[in-house]
Design a protein around this ligand. Structure first.
Ligand SMILES: [Zn+2]
Ligand SMILES: [Zn+2]
Length: 360
């Protein structure tokens, strides 16, 4: 592999991130294991656990016996209906045969004929009577079914009421369970989160920062994934309050640091250009040269000979570098003391002869 500075920087950054993520992943795995064990200590409640504290079982048994009765009466009713159909058929047949017989009988009435008529009429009467009795029985059975259905409905209502009682108990127990899990997780996560924040604020310049960053990733994972879903959600107040608190703290920190950074930059610009040029680090100088920026104030140092403006430099005209920054007065280019070649003033060696460029 060639010694390519940019590539090396990129590779180093990549490897550092891989280290951070790897550490974070294993820490997360370990923490999940621990949290899982913590959660396992207590059983999550279920609605059915609370039905034993109510009369729901008793009502269910009663309802079942009512349902059984309804089924057996329905069977009975079906049997009677079947018999009604049979009697109805027999009656119709008898009526039809009587009609035929009476139309074909001879004009002279014999006593035998009268006996036959009486016999047939008795038969028809008895069929009609039993039809009437059976129909009345069906009505009676139907009325009993209606009565049982009404009773079943009252038990249904009672069961619903008992279940809603059980639900109330369950919701209370679930809330207590969530709170308990939340507190035990909190005791585990808060120290981790504090460690993460401390590392993030204080150790970014440390040479083991990639490892510390892994801990930071883990801390935020533990807080947002492991803890936030278990925050007691009393109308979302706690959740939003913690969100607001975190945003405010983060905001204050960021604003303070940005302000301090701008102030430091401004103070730097107050120093003499010689002082400033001494403070410019090599990597900053290199990046600034790449982007034709002044390494101290960050503004473009290229000028367009026609427009005298950096903004329209792509239009036409020749671009030229300025020896001094037009914005802050820092010296950008100078001649080598050995070979007199014009050089960028903030890198250590002359590109033409290799001699040291002395910062004056
Ligand atoms: Zn400048
Ligand atoms: Zn030189």
């Amino acid at each position: 592999m060639d010694f390519n500075n940019k590539k090396l920087t990129r590779t180093t950054t990549f490897i550092h991130y891989v280290i951070s993520f790897l550490l974070a992943i294993f820490l997360i795995g370990m923490a999940n294991r621990i949290i899982w064990d913590i959660d396992g200590v207590e059983q999550r409640p279920y609605v059915t656990d609370f039905e034993i504290h109510t009369d729901v079982k008793k009502y269910r048994v009663l309802r079942q016996s009512i349902r059984d009765s309804i089924l057996s009466i329905q069977d009975e009713k079906e049997n009677v209906q079947l018999s009604v159909d049979l009697v109805q058929n027999a009656l119709e047949e008898q009526q039809a045969s009587f009609k035929t017989w009476i139309s074909t009988r001879t004009a002279t009435q014999s006593s035998q004929v009268n006996v036959e008529i009486q016999h047939r009429n008795r038969l028809l009467d008895s069929l009609r009577t039993s039809l009437k009795t059976e129909k009345a029985e069906i009505l009676l059975l139907q009325a009993r079914i209606e009565g049982f259905l009404a009773e079943e409905r009252t038990y249904e209502e009672a069961i619903d009421k008992e279940i809603s009682e059980a639900r109330k108990l369950y919701v209370k127990a679930e809330r207590a369970y969530d709170l308990h899990i939340f507190i035990s997780r909190l005791l585990f996560v808060i120290p981790v989160l504090l460690l993460g924040i401390w590392l993030l604020l204080k150790k970014r310049k440390h040479s083991y920062w990639p490892l510390f960053r892994g801990v930071v990733f883990f801390a935020f994972y533990a807080f947002f994934i492991g803890l936030v879903p278990y925050l007691p959600s009393y109308g979302g107040y706690v959740r939003y309050a913690i969100g607001i608190l975190l945003s405010v703290l983060l905001g204050i920190y960021a604003i303070k640091h940005l302000k301090a950074f701008v102030k430091r930059k401004k103070e730097e610009l107050q120093l003499s250009s010689v002082e400033r040029s001494k403070q410019i680090k090599n990597e900053v100088a290199e990046k600034a040269l790449e982007n034709h920026m002044c390494p101290s104030c960050g503004k473009d140092y290229l000028i367009n000979e026609i427009f005298q403006s950096g903004k329209r430099k792509n239009r036409s005209g020749t671009l030229r570098v300025t020896t001094y920054c037009r914005h802050c007065g820092l010296q950008l280019f100078k001649n080598c003391t050995t070979c007199d070649t014009k050089n960028y003033a903030h890198l250590p060696h002359c590109y033409s002869c290799g001699d040291t460029l002395i910062n004056t």
